[in-house]
Design a protein around this ligand. Structure first.
Ligand SMILES: [Fe+2]
Ligand SMILES: [Fe+2]
Length: 254
């Protein structure tokens, strides 16, 4: 675990404040956190899907992706949803059926597709894993409004290509890296089921962070070091400054 975490700790400019960890360990807060975590897993998949659709594939391949996401989106947007019915569905149906064709003339297309499809598959799986834990604990799924964290990072994304894509990928790397850091810091303080689960998530989230960074560097026309440094400062500020809301990625509880 320490080998996985060392580069992440170096990448992030600060650790999660102890006040946030203490708050997360309150039983009531922990339930809210699971719901938010569940939301985040789906959002991670949706964001990656959006990137593939916008930059790397044509409309026909786009429809394949949309049909992959459909059962998940039907579940979250249906107020009559049932976790048990959703989890009992034939999961094989939720594999991506068919192959995505990279758009002509997009050099990074197949690399972006390969890395992001794997990521989406894993985020969908994490989403289902969190749901299972929620179901066992009698916690209902809820759609939550987004906190300030991702928005606060996205505000700094440049508005011309390929800089927009490069910045979004760097933001993706920070969100993944912070999730990793929080899972690792929370795990030893939680019950054994969550402890095991959070540690199991570290490996894939650590790879997601690296995949995002590698993609950013391969697409950028210059060294991304300065952009990474910029987002590192913005990110750390969002983590250490006071935050009125309590979320998986919120700042210091006020
Ligand atoms: Fe995940
Ligand atoms: Fe992830």
């Amino acid at each position: 675990m320490q080998t996985l975490l060392a580069p992440i700790k170096q990448f992030l400019k600060c650790e999660t404040p102890d006040e946030w960890i203490a708050m997360a360990c309150h039983p009531e807060r922990l339930n809210e956190l699971l719901i938010d975590h569940c939301n985040c897993e789906l959002k991670a998949a949706q964001t990656a899907m959006f990137m593939i659709r916008k930059y790397a594939i044509d409309k026909t391949s786009g429809e394949l992706l949309l049909s992959w996401a459909k059962p998940y989106e039907d579940f979250v947007y249906n107020k009559q949803r049932s976790i048990s019915e959703f989890l009992a569905r034939d999961v094989k149906k939720n594999e991506l059926v068919g192959e995505l064709q990279p758009k002509a003339g997009v050099d990074f297309g197949s690399d972006l597709i390969a890395k992001m499809v794997r990521l989406i598959k894993e985020e969908f799986h994490h989403f289902e894993q969190v749901l299972e834990i929620m179901q066992a604990r009698g916690i209902e799924y809820q759609n939550l409004t987004a906190g300030r964290y991702a928005k606060g990072l996205m505000k700094h994304v440049r508005t011309h290509e390929p800089a927009t894509l490069v910045d979004k990928l760097i933001v993706g790397a920070f969100i993944e890296a912070r999730s990793c850091e929080r899972f690792a810091k929370l795990a030893p303080r939680l019950d054994s089921e969550l402890q095991k689960f959070y540690v199991s998530l570290l490996r894939s989230e650590a790879r997601h962070y690296q995949d995002y960074l590698k993609l950013a560097q391969s697409i950028a026309t210059e060294d991304i070091k300065q952009r990474v440094e910029h987002f590192a400062q913005v990110e750390a500020q969002l983590i250490v400054s006071q935050d009125d809301e309590f979320k998986f990625h919120s700042g210091r509880p006020s």
